[in-house]
Structure formats: structure tokens, C-alpha cells
Design a protein around this ligand. Sequence first.
Ligand code: PLP
Length: 425
Amino acid sequence: MTEDFSLQELSRLRADFPILGRVGRGGKPIAYLDFSATSQKPVQVIDAISNFYRTSNGAVHRGTHLLGDESTAAFEEGRAILADFIGGRANEIIWTKNATEAINLVALAMRNATQDSGAKPSPVKLQAGDNIVITRAEHHANLVPWQQLCAATGTELRWLDLHEDGRIDCETLGVIDEHTRLVAFTHVSNVTGAVSPVESIVSRARQCGSLVLLDTCQSSAHMPVNVRELGVDFAVFSSHKMLGPTGIGALWGRRELLSQLPPVLTGGSMIEDVTMESSTFMPAPERFEAGSQPIAQIVGWSAALQYLSGIGMARIAEHERILTSYMLEGISGIDGVRVLGPGADKERIGVVAFAVDGVHPHDVGQVLDSLDIAVRVGHHCAIPLHHFFGVRSSTRASVGPTTTREEIDRFIEALGQVRSYFGGK
Ligand code: PLP
């Protein structure tokens, strides 16, 4: 079933989110249109975290008592739940604190592999003349770590360029060549909402013998994501964008690649044996999980994934597709508002950044907030992409599974007032 949610279903769903009852500064319920920055949490997630601390809290993989055993079971069950959600295997999931850390983990492990003169040649060890390819549409989280890796190893950083509306231009796929070791790109842009042409990029990368890393931060809560079907080697996930808590994310990687990545953080819980002179390390995933782990966050994220699966990702995608078209149509009727991204006829989701003629995004955001509409303003951690569009910052409205037409109506009406509020036409 992929039809839009019924009104009844939507109101049942909204009743699961206590925060949606919050009234804003203007005295109305807050219309939350900031899902791209972070999602709100259903009571099932909040209760799972609270119940964990009330009933089962213990350290994982360290001891024999009942509470420790229950915590360990929940911790490992979480891996299986995420693996199932994304089409991977449990032993391919590495817990990180967010998606940013997951990307840094790969970049830093590649740096360690490259700088270890004794390490055997492997797909993650860079050689002179190699390059890494990203796109001009990346969040800084998938740009700066590669700049740092390239600077440290003397590797060239290249990027795919964009169409005028911010979609990745496949005519520029030629920058991926036989010296490309990794292509790292976002599944969906956090500014334009454009869905990347994964199949074309993966196919070009494969022809050239390159690995592929996919940043799913803006896709995994809004559409089905299956890492094996997408054909990538690594993918990163962020719980707080997926109805789960902050403080937890994950790296998924193909097993045979994870086993070739050297550790990044070292210390307790990741060793096989330790002498005063040296240590040996556990296999993945434990090799990458030094120190105490965020168990309650994993429990909360697991509840969020089960909640999303209960609704069905294809249905969420369809609900949001309809709302996105509705929002874009509403914006197109307002003079002086330019959408930074493709129209509804292109493959895109409900992340809609825009510039209002003559009004600074912070002012736009403040007017909307005074009318109890929550949007994001700023550069959204994508400065190069904003420069591409010839602006320094923008306002961004983004939808989620709980978004209603009524919330979008309120947003469009308020946006219509913004220019006149600041003395424009
Ligand atoms: N990549 C994209 C496309 C994002 O939108 C974000 C967050 O906004 C990130 C990466 C960073 O995610 P995290 O907050 O989990 O580090």
C-alpha cells in the first residue's frame, strides 16, 4: 500500500508525538517543519529509553549479572534491527555517536592504513596519484573529513558538479577515473532535497574500481533504503533524523572491507589481548567500538526503527511526496521567493530551502517563529552549495511523517506575509 495516510491515521500517528502538543510563542501549536535538522520522537522511543534505565541498565559485554546480560542483549539486538532496516547484516553495523563520526571513522581509518608503511596493499590504502571524489552538494560532514584525509596523504580531492537546480550532473561523472579510490556522496541533499542518481554514480565507480560511501542522513527516514540493492560499500546513518535519540549513529560497511580497516579509537572493549608492549584487536564491529557504549540510545533508536517499519517506509515516502508537491506549489504562488532545488517533477523529497528577495533568512525565520512555524535558517552546513546558488544562507522547511496539509497551509500563508512585513511588495 502506498497511498497517502488517511486523516484518521495521521491524527493517530501525531498523538504518538507528545511535543506536537507544544504551543509556540504566538500561542498556536508549533508546526514543526524542521525534520531535516532533527526529527521529533514518538512516545514509543521515549518510553523505551526510560524503561531501559528503569529495568535493565548495565554495562555491555562485561560481566555475568542479569542487568548486564539484558543490556548486552538489547545492544546486540539493536544491531540486528538496524541491519534488517537497511538490508545489511548485524556484524556489518558499527555504532558511532552520529553520522559525522561514521564518515570520519572511514576517513581516519583510510589515513591510518595509508600512513602505516607496513600495511599490506588494500582497497582502503591510498597510493600516490589516487583521488577521492565527492560532490558539490555535500553537507560539511561529508566534505571536510575528505579534505583532511587528502591533505594528510597527498591525495587529490575531486567533485561531481551540479545542474542549475542543484541536482548532480551525470555529465561530470568523468572525474571518476581509474585512480579514484572512493566516491563519497549524499543520497539526498539537505538543501535541495534532490535524490542523487545513485545507480549512475555507483556504476561509474564500479567501472573504475572505486569504493562508494553513501550518506543517508536525509534519506533513511523518508524513503526505503537498502544498502545491498543500492550497491554501495559503506553507508552512514543518523538516529536523531530517524525519530531516534541524539548521541547515536552507525556506519554500515561490507564485511570484507571492514576487516581491512585499521582501528581509529583504541582502548577498552576493542582488544583481543594486551601486553605492556603491544595489543591485538578484535574483528569488526568491536574493533571500532572502543570504550563504554551508548546503550540507552541504541535501545531508543531500535524502537524508532520498529516504529518506522510499522508505518512502512514506502508509505512515508508517498505521504511526504504529496506534501512536498503541495508545498512547492504553494511557494510558487508567492512573489520574490526562489526555491534552491529542483521542482516536483524531478526525483526529490520534502527538504525545501529557499531565498526571499530582500529579506535575510534569519528575519524570515523569526517571522515564521512568531507565527509558531519552526524552520531552519543559515547555511545548513553546506556553504559551497549555497555559494553555487549565489547566496550565503537560506531558509529551509522540511517535512516528516507527522506533517499535515494544514501545517503547510499555515507555512505558506505566513511566508506570503514575510516580504510585506519587511516593507517589500
Ligand atoms: N549529512 C547530511 C546530508 C546531513 O543532513 C547531516 C545533518 O544535518 C549530516 C550528514 C550530519 O549528521 P549527524 O548529525 O548525524 O552527524
